[in-house]
Design a protein around this ligand. Structure first.
Ligand SMILES: [Zn+2]
Length: 328
């Protein structure tokens, strides 16, 4: 079962989240493999998208925010786009576009940052966002502090969290064709109620890289091997890493409350898109083919609108003269 485990280190300014996606991730892959125009993902892209999906669920579970979290990579190599969207209730979907050959052992840079023009962005799209209002978007740097290319997606995100939130974060991510998993360890700021502020000896620990406790726990987390993350169940994994620490575990989020595949596409949304094209453009599409056909890249759903549907759509949405005869 796909699940999220949150935990605190008792008395220490450190928290953690462990995410394990199996059915949810396999559903993403199954939908892609069933798509006759794309086919299954090449191996390195499958693993990158899996790591992104685990990371997006980790981030969504780790912030107080009511809205969709979207993690995007815009590549300048064979991988043009990889995108993961996680809704507040952990409904998730993911897709990627690739063109050309992708070597079996392609690195992150070889996939998305060949000419140093790849980009990565995190978007928080609030549920309360009004039409016309822009969602918050953070652009993630592609390079480390020494301007080195980052070749692990976890390093890219760690760097982002440090820069944007000023919080030490350790991420371990792994994915294969069965699971997508991630572990996040984060230092909590000392300021605020109910923490250790006031003990002056600890005052400077509220700075990046200064907390002994965080550093010890982060080192343990970073020792986690890919195979362990992919194969061990949560209890065994957390015990193996942190058996000397006092962990306070929360009830896992799983089943309907946990991560699950869910696509937000709908016939209504496609109808809006066709209306956005305008009657003329829609008519010109229909001159070339019998239907306007729009496929969803996330779930594979196909939406078809024939000439009658399109005509009806524009008729229903034509500006209505109001009672007084002026246009609304
Ligand atoms: Zn869909």
């Amino acid at each position: 079962m796909s699940e999220i485990h949150k935990f605190l280190f008792d008395g220490l300014p450190v928290r953690g989240v462990l995410v394990r996606l199996n059915e949810a991730w396999r559903e993403v892959l199954r939908r892609r493999a069933a798509n006759t125009s794309h086919g299954a993902y090449p191996l390195p892209l499958q693993n990158l998208l899996g790591e992104m999906t685990a990371a997006a669920v980790l981030m969504q579970s780790n912030i107080k925010f009511d809205g969709a979290l979207v993690l995007q990579v815009f590549g300048d190599g064979p991988v043009k786009l990889a995108v993961v969207e996680v809704q507040p209730g952990f409904g998730l979907r993911a897709t990627a576009t690739v063109s050309g050959e992708l070597p079996e052992a392609a690195t992150l840079s070889q996939m998305v940052n060949v000419h140093n023009a790849g980009r990565c962005a995190i978007t928080l799209d609030a549920s309360t966002r009004q039409p016309g209002q822009q969602p918050y978007q953070g652009v993630v740097p592609r390079f480390g502090d020494q301007h080195e290319k980052l070749d692990k997606f976890s390093d890219v995100l760690q760097h982002y969290m440090l820069q944007s939130e000023q919080l030490d974060t350790t991420l371990v991510l792994a994915a294969d064709d069965q699971q997508a998993c991630g572990l996040l360890i984060q230092r909590l700021p000392l300021q605020g109620a109910g923490n250790l502020a006031g003990t002056s000896a600890r005052a400077n620990e509220d700075e990046i890289g200064q907390s002994e406790d965080y550093r010890r726990i982060a080192l343990l987390a970073a020792s986690l091997k890919r195979e362990e993350l992919l194969t061990l169940d949560a209890d065994v994994l957390l015990h193996r890493l942190f058996w000397q620490e006092q962990l306070l575990r929360f009830a896992p989020l799983q089943g309907a409350a946990g991560p699950h595949f869910s696509c937000t596409c709908s016939r209504e949304r496609v109808a809006k898109m066709i209306l956005g094209l305008g009657a003329e453009e829609a008519a010109s599409v229909l001159q070339e083919r019998p239907e306007v056909e729009v496929g969803c890249d996330f779930c594979g759903a196909q939406y078809r609108f024939d000439a009658v549907d399109v005509a009806q759509l524009f008729r229903q949405n034509a500006p209505q003269p109001s009672q007084s005869g002026t246009l609304q």
